[in-house]
Design a protein around this ligand. Structure first.
Ligand code: GLA
Length: 511
């Protein structure tokens, strides 16, 4: 460890110049003895990105250290997170509250600076913080008293469309959205029901002198873009949040709820995803409902029909009060990733919310990853089947301009879409039997959708017993909606081979 680091961190380790020479040499011994990690205690300022609206991102890390154990917080304008971890020699690993296996930050102390990556991906560097490294102080706004926001009459079946985040993240712009809208039409997605084209985070500019939110250079004219999307028979969605900053660090709607709702309505927006993010630095989970109600009221008062999508990762039992704030759907989980364990984990995590789904208000295990390339086609078929069985919103998250035949066949399977869009709006729940998981969804016409997912690593025989389907009679017709073929029950059972991570999905009706 260099003296520079020790001196710069002197506030917490060595104190002021009055520290004795004994203290200093003891400390230097501790940080250089083999087996002891170097000292990372103190305040660090991370060098942030320049956002698309020209603002500079800033993150402050405050760490305390006991031996090789680290605890602390990481704060930016968008979030505040508790961290803990270890330091071994010069190497540190810091974990967020969600994962004990995947470090949020990992790297090394090099020449008095922290050099590493966020989640093993994005490069990250921090320097000892100076007095100038402060986050802006945000004044507290008391949330309103609770009342019921009237249902807006939208989303009678789970919303369908496309969202920019899963694939494009910050690389979304006006041209991309226009070309996606074109492809939604030419690929048949629109006609299959995928009508919302949703711009996620990173469209935001800064506020003007009157406090009106502007777009950044990637979206020169949002009203013109909405007109274009509408001219294609599609609808346009946008993103904001109740905190001062969005998850990607852009201005949120905090203190500007009515103004932003009016702006969105004037632009011709049809769908708002409203993401908690930095609101967590101001409000407690017990305040989620009134905070979300505030934007629910603001949207209602525009008079424009706008689907209201709550994104707060299932905190505070949102399924119990989502409809009361005017919400049409709400996330039940953390962000999905394009990998099997994340997809399965998300849909299983929302099982307890099943009784709360229904026409106008849906549980949302997050957007689709189908076609993004990190799962097999069998896994993507399972992803689509499960989202249909649990009546999840179907928001494609891939590049619909260049889909493989398999991706197209999965996203455009009308028989599977019909299960998702069934007007009864029931959310299936699973029954596990070894490595097989069976999900049963009653449908409006008295038939039943039944899916058997093979969670195991080898092909397995899946058996469906008609008695479990509670059809109220013998099987009249059974259809494999992936093979687009009728199949025959022998007596009360139907058995078929299901590949590892694959699915058998039937629609079964009774005599
Ligand atoms: C959160 C949400 C994501 C996405 C990003 C954008 O992580 O859960 O779906 O909207 O923010 O910053």
């Amino acid at each position: 460890m260099s003296m520079t680091r020790a001196n710069l961190n002197g506030r917490s380790i060595l104190g002021n110049a009055a520290k004795t020479a004994v203290g200093l040499s003891l400390c230097l011994m501790l940080v250089t003895l083999p087996g002891f990690g170097q000292s990372l205690a103190g305040r660090w300022a991370a060098i942030g990105r320049t956002l698309d609206n020209g603002e500079q991102e800033k993150t402050i890390l405050e760490l305390a250290q006991t031996g090789d154990q680290l605890t602390g917080t990481m704060k930016s304008q968008s979030f505040s997170m508790d961290l803990n971890g270890t330091v071994t020699g010069s190497h540190f690993e810091l974990f967020g509250p969600r994962s004990k296996t995947r470090p949020m930050l990992a790297g090394d102390l090099v020449n008095g600076e922290l050099h590493g990556t966020v989640f093993g991906r994005r490069p990250w560097t921090a320097k000892p913080a100076t007095a100038a490294d402060q986050l802006p102080v945000i004044s507290y706004i008391e949330p309103p008293p609770l009342h019921n926001v009237a249902y807006n009459g939208l989303a009678k079946t789970p919303p369908m469309g496309w969202n920019s985040w899963n694939l494009f993240q910050g690389r979304v712009d006006d041209q991309t959205v226009r070309s996606i809208a074109d492809a939604m039409v030419s690929s048949g997605m629109r006609d299959a029901g995928y009508v919302y084209v949703n711009i996620d985070d990173t469209w935001e500019g800064v506020r003007d002198a009157a406090g009106n939110i502007q777009t950044n250079h990637k979206f020169p004219d949002m009203k013109a873009l909405a007109d274009y999307v509408h001219s294609k028979g599609l609808k346009l969605g946008i993103y904001s949040g109740p905190g001062p900053r969005t998850c990607a660090g852009y201005p949120g709607s905090y203190g500007h709820e009515e103004q932003d709702a009016k702006t969105f309505a004037a632009w011709g927006i049809d769908y708002l995803k409203y993401d908690w993010c930095s609101a967590a630095t101001i409000y407690k989970d017990a305040q989620l409902q009134p905070v979300y109600q505030k934007m629910g009221d603001a949207l209602a008062s525009t008079g424009r029909p706008i689907v209201y999508s709550l994104c707060e990762y299932g905190r505070g039992s949102v399924e119990k009060w989502g409809p009361e704030v005017g919400g049409n759907l709400w996330r039940t989980t953390d962000d999905i990733r394009d990998e099997w364990s994340s997809m399965i984990g998300n849909v299983e995590e929302q099982v307890p919310t099943a009784p709360y789904a229904g026409p106008g208000h849906w549980n949302d295990p997050d957007m689709l990853e189908i076609g993004n390339g990190h799962m097999t086609d069998d896994e993507y078929r399972t992803h689509m089947s499960l989202w249909a069985l649990v009546a999840a919103p179907l928001l494609a998250g891939n590049d619909v301009r260049s889909m493989t035949a398999a991706t197209r066949e999965i996203l455009l399977n009308k028989e599977v879409i019909a299960i998702d869009q069934d007007p009864l709006g029931k959310q299936a729940s699973p029954v596990k039997n070894g490595g097989l998981e069976t999900w049963i969804k009653p449908l409006a016409d008295g038939s039943v959708a039944v899916g058997v997912v093979n969670l195991g690593s080898a092909e397995a025989q899946a058996s469906i017993n008609s008695r479990d389907l509670k059809l109220g009679g013998k099987v009249k017709r059974a259809r494999d909606v992936w093979k687009h073929q009728d199949v025959k029950f022998t007596g009360e059972t139907y058995t078929a081979a299901v590949p590892s991570h694959g699915v058998l999905l039937l629609r079964v009706s009774a005599k």
